[in-house]
Write a protein that binds this ligand. Structure first.
Ligand SMILES: Cc1ncc(COP(=O)(O)O)c(C=O)c1O
Length: 361
């Protein structure tokens, strides 16, 4: 069996060492030394001034909106995980979907300005699959219209753009350290910003709030930070393993001329290979390919389906998003995780090729 993903765990003794320290200190949460140390590691690696480790990526988004005191309409992408949309709805913000670029699969900057109204306060864009949004175009639009920019970088840890971490863009960027993510703390997330003022507000808001309005409990615990610290020495290995599997897929698709397409990428992108999306011809073909692979005990995933304008919104309140709806109906993510071998990757490709050949036979 080849699952879609399998969480990477450090040697148990390495995790245990951090937990033993926690036991002897009896400091379990409330910004303890392990959380502080993990935040220092993140800041150093990403070269970003302020970093806040929190309980998960969804709360990180909600804290970002609160810290920026957003009210009204937020322009956002219909092609993301449902948490992006849910976070807006939980904070009482009105999502205004703008369709995605058909090649990059990220928010299409050419369509943003037509959606701006006097109620618009911000742009929330997702670096889907860890692929950079067109950050330069988005930031130019935000400057012209005095809007805040938040990036959902749940998939973006380890991706770079124009030599900077992808989490280094926008007023605030967030990431997720959920167990299914490339790098994880079992559950967890983080916010990143260059603003001392925003950082101060986030510090307060994540621990019930004193300045910046009513806060919430979004604190990351010592036990969760311990996982991040125990995994830290493996970060290069994790990134290299993902890249190696992606390289095997790339070469196979190329050499065997498989009739599938892959998303494009803005120039200057250096991605983390957190996901390996392929685009089939249409949904019927995707379903047949998925069925064939599942029969071989290979389990790719329909990430992300359906488009968000079709879920989670009161019926009839979201405009049609033809590009996102089309992409969501025919995109499939192939397995990619550290414990996967080169032979596993070749097996995935062999069966994918068989499935595609059955199509044309
Ligand atoms: C794009 C995106 N945004 C937000 C989240 C939420 O992160 P978390 O699961 O840590 O709450 C996820 C993943 O789960 C995601 O894929």
């Amino acid at each position: 069996m080849i699952p879609f993903t399998r969480p990477f765990l450090p040697p148990e003794a390495d995790y245990q060492r951090y937990i033993n320290d926690m036991f002897s200190r009896q400091w379990l949460t409330n910004h303890g030394p392990l959380v502080q140390s993990f935040e220092e590691h993140l800041k150093g690696f990403l070269e970003i001034d302020y970093c806040h480790f929190v309980a998960n990526g969804t709360l990180a988004l909600q804290l970002a909106f609160k810290a920026l005191a957003l009210e009204g309409e937020v322009i956002t992408t219909p092609f993301s995980f449902v948490a992006t949309l849910n976070a807006l709805l939980w904070e009482g913000l009105t999502p205004i979907f703008v369709d995605i670029d058909p090649q990059m699969l990220t928010l299409d900057p050419a369509r943003i300005e037509a959606a701006i109204t006097p109620e618009t306060c911000a742009i929330l864009a997702t670096h889907i699959y860890g692929h950079p949004c067109d950050v330069m175009a988005i930031e130019a639009i935000a400057r012209r219209h005095d809007l805040k920019v938040i990036y959902d970088g749940a998939h973006a840890f380890g991706s770079h753009h124009l030599g900077r971490s992808l989490l280094d863009y926008g007023d605030i960027s967030i990431t997720s350290f959920h167990a299914t993510k490339l790098f994880h703390t079992i559950e967890g997330g983080a916010l990143f910003t260059h603003s001392a003022e925003l950082s101060e507000r986030i510090t307060s808001l994540r621990a019930f709030g004193q300045v910046g309005g009513a806060g919430i409990n979004a604190k990351g615990s010592e036990a969760h930070a311990a996982m991040g610290l125990a995994l830290w020495p493996w970060l290069d290995h994790i990134l290299a393993s993902r890249a190696s599997i992606a390289g095997i897929y790339d070469r196979w698709i190329d050499h065997h001329g498989l009739p599938i397409s892959r998303p494009g990428m803005v120039s200057g992108a250096d991605i983390n290979h957190a996901y390996y999306p392929i685009l089939l011809r249409n949904e019927a073909q995707l379903e047949r390919v998925l069925h064939h692979l599942t029969e071989q005990d290979i389990h790719p995933r329909r990430y992300f389906h359906p488009a968000l304008n079709l879920v989670g919104m009161p019926e009839g309140t979201a405009a049609d998003m033809p590009v996102a709806e089309d992409i969501a109906s025919r995109v499939l993510c192939l397995p990619n995780f550290v414990a996967m071998t080169g032979e596993d990757a070749e097996q995935v490709m062999r069966h994918l090729e068989d499935a595609l050949q059955l199509e044309t036979a």
